[in-house]
Design a protein around this ligand. Structure first.
Ligand code: GDP
Length: 173
């Protein structure tokens, strides 16, 4: 089975763990060889077009948390999920700088990315309007998803989109 390394990036508290937990629990997952320092790591798999691939996730919060180590694994990751909360405008600004950092570190703008606005169930707390998202999506030419980990809205779509992008980027020659 092929494995794609995917970085899940976004400000603290936007819902990165909730999102990936939701995805991992409904997938067939595979456990790495047991490592006493990190414990068991579950890698979810997904079937698209009849082929199953594995995801390995890495997590990082905002750009100000970047270390030399972060840069090393960003350079090696195949795909990126940039997460912000629809209830927190500042977290979208963070995504803006994360996107720039990724392009800088990868030395290319040809990078599989999906942008995810979480907590769409919290309608009355929403701070980021759909018009802002539509404008950014066309400026950046990147797919945006509005999701709720709480309600399980559009979670699979994110990872399917990213998987398709990664296959195009890395497997077609
Ligand atoms: P992380 O720091 O980005 O990993 O954020 P967490 O996944 O720990 O989530 C932070 C908080 O937001 C937790 O209290 C979650 O229960 C809550 N949360 C995450 N996703 C959602 C969502 O889709 N809807 C709602 N209502 N709350 C969410």
């Amino acid at each position: 089975m092929r494995q794609f390394d995917v970085a899940i990036l976004g400000a603290r508290g936007v819902g990165k763990s909730a999102l990936t937990d939701r995805f991992v629990t409904v997938r067939d997952s595979f456990v790495d060889k047991y490592d006493p320092t990190i414990g068991e790591q579950y890698h979810p798999s997904m079937v698209v077009n009849g082929e199953r691939d594995l995801f390995k996730f890495f997590f990082t919060t905002g750009v100000e948390q970047f270390t030399a180590f972060t840069e090393v694994y960003i350079k090696s990751c195949h795909g990126f999920v940039l997460v912000f909360s629809l209830t927190q405008e500042g977290s979208l600004k963070e995504v803006e700088s994360l996107r720039k950092q990724i392009f800088r570190i990868k030395g290319s703008e040809n990078v599989p990315i999906v942008v995810v606005g979480t907590k769409s169930d919290l309608v009355s707390e929403r701070e980021v309007p759909t018009t802002t998202i539509e404008t950014l999506a066309s400026q950046w030419n990147l797919p945006f998803y509005e999701t709720s980990a709480k309600r399980n809205w559009y979670i699979d779509d994110i990872f399917e989109d990213l998987l398709r992008q990664m296959r195009v980027r890395y497997l077609s020659d």
